[in-house]
Design a protein around this ligand. Structure first.
Ligand SMILES: [Zn+2]
Length: 198
């Protein structure tokens, strides 16, 4: 295969879930596109970080400043649901069942991949909790994935925040198969998990 082709395919392989074959398919598909569409894509990618930023409060995606959840005065400020990624937040938000606030950690503790607690937004979570409990007691809902790293993270956070005043810690409950991913859970499963938190 051509050297340039391989070079571009390698860039696609840096995305989650994209292997060499899928990457080659992406490059071939792009080759079929009109020049204008490629320019548009290239421009959007080049400006991604300028156009889309993270919410200063919860690290959800936001076009400017606070995200739609944090800037909504109708949200319940006594509940803080902690997820690994923005895509998990999206899944919960789509159910329409949860009316509280979120905190996006930015991943889960995974020493094999070099992700340690200090690489996650745990200090930021601590500050957030401190601000919220200044007004009222807070339920911290641990909604990391039911995978090994997600469970490790939940245990770490439970330890970290346990025995502090004005904080109740709960974990998403039954229905989520162990090893599964919140992002792909269907609405009924998420509803069960939210309602049976413990
Ligand atoms: Zn936010």
């Amino acid at each position: 295969m051509d050297r340039k082709f391989k070079q571009i395919a390698k860039l696609f392989q840096k995305l989650p879930g994209v292997g060499p074959r899928q990457a080659a398919r992406f490059v071939l598909a792009l080759l079929e596109k009109p020049e204008a569409e490629l320019q548009e894509l290239g421009f959007a990618v080049a400006n991604l970080k300028k156009e889309i930023s993270l919410c200063g409060e919860c690290f959800n995606l936001s076009d400017n400043g606070l995200c739609g959840v944090c800037s909504n005065p109708g949200r319940d400020r006594t509940k803080l649901l902690v997820v690994e990624k923005v895509t998990d937040l999206d899944s919960v938000e789509k159910t329409g069942l949860y009316k509280g606030l979120y905190h996006v950690l930015g991943g889960s503790i995974n020493p094999l991949d070099g992700v340690l607690p200090q690489n996650l937004r745990i200090k930021e979570l601590e500050q957030r909790v401190a601000t919220l409990i200044a007004n009222s007691p807070v339920e911290l809902i641990l909604a990391t994935n039911p995978s090994t790293t997600g469970e490790t993270t939940a245990l770490y956070l439970r330890d970290y925040f346990t025995s502090r005043d004005s904080i109740t810690i709960t974990r998403l409950g039954r229905g989520l198969a162990s090893g599964s991913n919140l992002e792909y859970a269907d609405e009924i499963t998420l509803r069960n998990a939210l309602e049976s938190r413990r």
